[in-house]
Design a protein around this ligand. Structure first.
Ligand code: PBG
Ligand code: ZN
Length: 324
């Protein structure tokens, strides 16, 4: 009976030699949620083991991450005060700018990425300034604000900017804004293909960013569209994005593959809050072998074509990879 490799009698060394896809702690970016105050570490009900933290706690957390070999984080801010434009996000004393400065001071070797959007900062919870007539986001005014927000983050010490609001032309605007003030070396990781997804539900709890009316369908993508998903990412590549992204990850692995095959840029996936909570809570309930299902999911992202995985599971992955 012909068989190229007899799996039933495969030497374990050969099995490793033949393994096509590998996970490494270097593949991961870990999300952190920052709030003002001191000594605050508040678990999110819908996301076990995920916390809102004050800056001092975030600094402690970075030490834990580094010990695990994780040197990149993506920051989300929860401001004290929200308003119609999301001013806190553009203020050098706002929650994110303050957090970046403190983190870079304590951990200069930490690679700090910032999520660039307004939904956590606006009182209406949408991703930009509202057009009063249309009751949806005013794309072009939001573009200017995104550029100012990016400059504030980079001045505070951010190493990479990750715009997540799906505004048309956001990469051009942010790139120009950064270049004009001498930050042409700062890369942009675009949330280039971001679907309008119910998988973001638990995130909106932790980031306190649910829209107060309507939804994000006028700027986020229809989950049913594949060609448009590829076009959206290619558009951002043309505008100068350095890294593309597909979000969410799990239900969109076909899109990950498609974009990988259509662009030579590095590709990230965002393994979002709802995906995390499904596994975590099923594991806690004893329904699945959490660690195995989680690692199988991670290798699936890599196999589909992801180069970078943004995941709330990152710390657990690091522990499993080093055999703890
Ligand atoms: C902000 C943003 C969201 C997420 C990342 N950045 C929420 C949204 O678009 O509603 C979701 C992340 C997650 O669910 O883990 N625009
Ligand atoms: Zn947003």
């Amino acid at each position: 009976m012909f068989a190229r490799f007899r799996r039933k009698r495969l030497n374990p060394v050969l099995r490793d030699l033949l393994q096509e896809t590998h996970l490494s702690v270097n593949d991961f970016i870990y999300p952190l949620f920052v709030k003002s105050g001191e000594g605050i570490k508040k678990e999110v009900a819908s996301m076990p083991d995920v916390f809102q933290m004050s800056i001092d706690e975030v600094i402690k957390e970075c030490a834990v991450l580094k010990e695990l070999g994780i040197y990149s984080i993506i920051l989300f801010g929860i401001p004290d005060v929200k308003d119609s434009v999301g001013s806190d996000a553009m203020c050098e004393h706002g929650i994110i700018a303050s957090a970046i400065r403190a983190i870079k001071e304590a951990h200069p070797d930490m690679f700090v990425v910032t999520d660039l959007c307004f939904c956590e900062y606006t009182d209406h919870g949408h991703c930009g300034v509202l057009d009063p007539v249309l009751e949806t986001v005013d794309n072009d005014i939001t573009l200017k604000n995104l550029a100012s927000q990016a400059v504030v983050h980079v001045k505070a010490g951010a190493d990479m900017i990750a715009p997540s609001g799906m505004m048309d032309g956001m990469i051009t605007s942010i790139r120009n804004g950064l270049d004009m003030v001498g930050f042409s070396h700062i890369p942009i990781m675009s949330y280039s293909t971001k679907f309008s997804s119910a998988y973001y539900g638990p995130f909106r709890d932790v980031a306190e960013s649910s829209p107060s009316f309507g939804d994000r369908r006028s700027y986020q993508m229809n989950p049913a569209n594949r060609k448009e998903a590829i076009l959206e990412s290619l558009e951002d590549e043309k505008e100068g994005a350095d890294i593309l992204m597909v979000k969410p990850a799990l239900a969109y692995l076909d899109i990950v593959r498609d974009i990988k095959e259509n662009s030579s840029l590095p590709l990230a996936v965002y393994n979002v809050s709802g995906e995390y909570s499904m596994l975590k809570i099923a594991g806690d309930a004893g329904v699945i072998d959490y660690e195995k299902v989680m690692m199988e999911t991670m290798i699936g992202f890599k196999r589909a074509g992801a180069d970078i995985i943004i995941s709330y599971h990152a710390k657990e992955v690091a522990r499993i990879l080093r055999g703890d």
